[in-house]
Design a protein. Structure first.
Ligand SMILES: [Zn+2]
Ligand SMILES: [Zn+2]
Length: 312
């Protein structure tokens, strides 16, 4: 582990990480299934500093499974110590750009690093076209490098798997991955993912309003990573924006307030709740206590207020 990160973990989330170790009999460094939050800021705006755009890494037996690919995902993977040519599986929850903006560039970055085998890319309809259009966008460079530098054709190294309904996404010897349709209007093709590995189960909500089906989907999971929106912070943000009325309507219809995150976690009976995809994600005046106090009214288990590069 990066020495700076170890210090960071102890400093900011020591209690919660210990709680996981106590409940499951292993520490995060020994676990075969590791979770690293790469980007925890909800929304497409790129911040000058602070949280990076959404992306979550699950390492199962040291194989990276990446969920969502907001701007900065390549850089965050590298900072987390994952060489880009190790990229193997990428999952997109829905086609808002804070979740998919870097899909093409990440594949490109992996390729230029020396993509070893193959990338399998999973997500709702639109992903195949998006990938094809990215390769068209960089066609000149790609074709030049294939001839000039003797590289393989990256278009042959990526398989896109689109789906239009919830269910089994991928199953191999190490993990079963399933999806659940969540509530994120006006986008109907919005999914949560569940990873059932041998030692640990992890659910990532994706973007969603309060969705009772998600509690059912996440039932008994060791870890639920759920998006969260803080209303007083939203009101402060909206004061500065010309499209405030419409944006407020969207946020209220499509995202989840802390109390409802707590309800979902409690209904699901998850071991640990991790808050991520913070909206607003770039207001440093909102404290960890403010993010979690509404959640705690309903969920009595350990709550981790997510930070970029935090390992769980
Ligand atoms: Zn989002
Ligand atoms: Zn979204």
């Amino acid at each position: 582990m990066h020495p700076g990160r170890r210090q960071f973990l102890i400093g900011t989330a020591g209690f919660a990480v210990c709680a996981i170790a106590g409940a499951h009999g292993y520490s995060s460094t020994q676990a075969k299934t590791r979770i690293i939050l790469l980007g925890t800021k909800g929304g497409p705006r790129v911040g000058e500093a602070g949280r990076s755009n959404p992306s979550t890494l699950i390492l199962i037996n040291d194989v990276p499974y990446l969920v969502d690919c907001g701007y900065g995902a390549s850089k965050q993977l590298l900072t987390a110590g994952i060489a880009l040519n190790r990229l193997r599986y990428v999952f997109i929850t829905h086609h808002h750009s804070d979740h998919n903006l870097e899909v093409g560039p990440l594949i490109y970055n992996a390729w230029i690093t020396g993509l070893p085998v193959h990338i399998d890319l999973y997500g709702p309809a639109g992903l195949r076209r998006m990938t094809r259009l990215f390769f068209a966008y960089e066609r000149f460079d790609i074709n030049t490098r294939i001839v000039d530098e003797g590289r393989e054709d990256p278009r042959k190294l990526v398989s896109v798997h689109e789906f239009a309904r919830a269910g089994m996404v991928l199953r191999n010897d190490a993990v079963k991955i399933t999806s659940c349709q969540v509530r994120h209007p006006p986008i109907s093709q919005a999914y949560a993912y569940r990873f059932d590995a041998k030692d640990r189960s992890v659910v990532i909500s994706g973007d969603t309003a309060y969705a009772p089906q998600l509690a059912e989907f996440a039932r008994g999971a060791d870890v639920l990573i759920h998006e969260v929106m803080y209303l007083p912070g939203i009101e402060a943000l909206l004061k500065r924006l010309p499209n405030a009325k419409r944006l407020r309507q969207h946020l209220m219809a499509a995202h989840t307030l802390p109390e409802d995150v707590g309800r979902i976690a409690a209904q699901a009976g998850v071991g640990t709740l991790v808050l991520s995809h913070f909206v607003p994600g770039d207001d440093p005046t909102i404290t960890d206590e403010q993010w979690s106090e509404g959640v705690r009214k309903h969920f009595k288990g350990p709550i981790i207020v997510g930070k970029d590069l935090l390992e769980i």
